[in-house]
Design a protein around this ligand. Sequence first.
Ligand code: G6P
Length: 438
Amino acid sequence: MTKPSLKLAIIGGGSSYTPELVEGVLKRLDSLPVTEMHFVDIEAGREKLEIIEALTRRMVEKSGANITVQASLDRRAAITGADFVMTQFRVGGLQARANDERIPLKYDVIGQETTGPGGFAKALRTIPVILDICRDIEELAPNAWMLNFTNPAGLVTEAIHKYTNIKSIGLCNVPVSMKMMIAEIMKCSPESLSLECAGLNHLVWVHRAWLDGKEITAEVLEKIGDGANFSMNNIFEEPWDPDFLKALGAIPCPYHRYFYQTDAMLAEEKEAALNGGTRAEQVRETEAELFELYKDTTLDHKPELLEKRGGAYYSDASLNLVDAIYNNLNTIHVINVRNNGAITTLPDDAVIECSAVVGCWGARPLAIGTLSPAMSGLIHQVKAYEQLTIEAAVSGDYDKALMALASNPLVPDITRAKGILDDTLRVNHDYLPNFSAR
Ligand code: G6P
């Protein structure tokens, strides 16, 4: 890319995370000549959008940058002429997330916004909307890059690749957070670490880690087994079993706890749901506090309170990627891309999360080869669930939806799968036109 100016369109701009993104843009003006940011949201998010717009203007003014800030409900206007479209929206808002977390708990199943039945419900609501956005991009900004943060990010990115022609990369803050946590554990700078990452979104392993070229995978596993912090704000820090980590031989991500320590995580969730609320219900309070702060006309920077949310390093992950594409850096990033043979046993068109080289020409995953049976079993089962979920979301087919849930390793029984599915379809009726039309 040689354009001297960049336009960013941010879909879901009224999100409380937006100041993080704005801060990232302002930090990188030397390498990224952003001249326009257009935030979009829907009518229900209008008030938040206006608050974010005003705060962004104050942040931009303070920095002295020459950036036009726009906010509107007009998605097509935002996309027109955009170089990068960033998606960070939540169909149905936090209430839908709270439902996703509570419905499975009724059936003694993990209730989480991105994994298990909660992630399934979110995918059903999100895929039709994101495909619609992609059609606007195909028409109005066919050369733009879409960076998708919308959860479940890997699954949604696979739907984008399968059903549209736009250039898209899926992104998550888990890999960068893992790097920061390993740096903390090893008391070193993140820059001195090299990590080989591969798996699926929220199911990614660091297969090997090096510190200044010396392999440290076993040492990191030992320290995590000894209780070193390896979790994120939004996930219970269930201690890892040292024998299990040694046997696994790879560093699991914090979300792996839902799969490897299901009983303990379920017990934690049930306890939270009774006392204090599910994560969405807790986040609702933090979000209200954040917007009170954002409203303050003297605030001209990202407040610290935002760090209580789970999305740490979100802006670094996305803007480093913009930098790699715009400046053709050919650097390594952990992203969600088409497998294309990187994990030999998965189909080429499966989206995986892995270390990949990124430049202005796109992204290529680094080959990881064949996974050990321990990882391969889990990843194949989750990928089958993801594929069925995408098909269900696009077709509105009940049978596919049932098979998707029944294939999810966190759903142990088809009677429960059916109960969860029926509740999910009923509660989300207004957000699932493909299903309602049948
Ligand atoms: C992590 C995940 C994100 C998720 C976030 C939720 O960072 O990687 O995908 O959106 O947590 O955080 P929250 O504060 O909303 O629970």
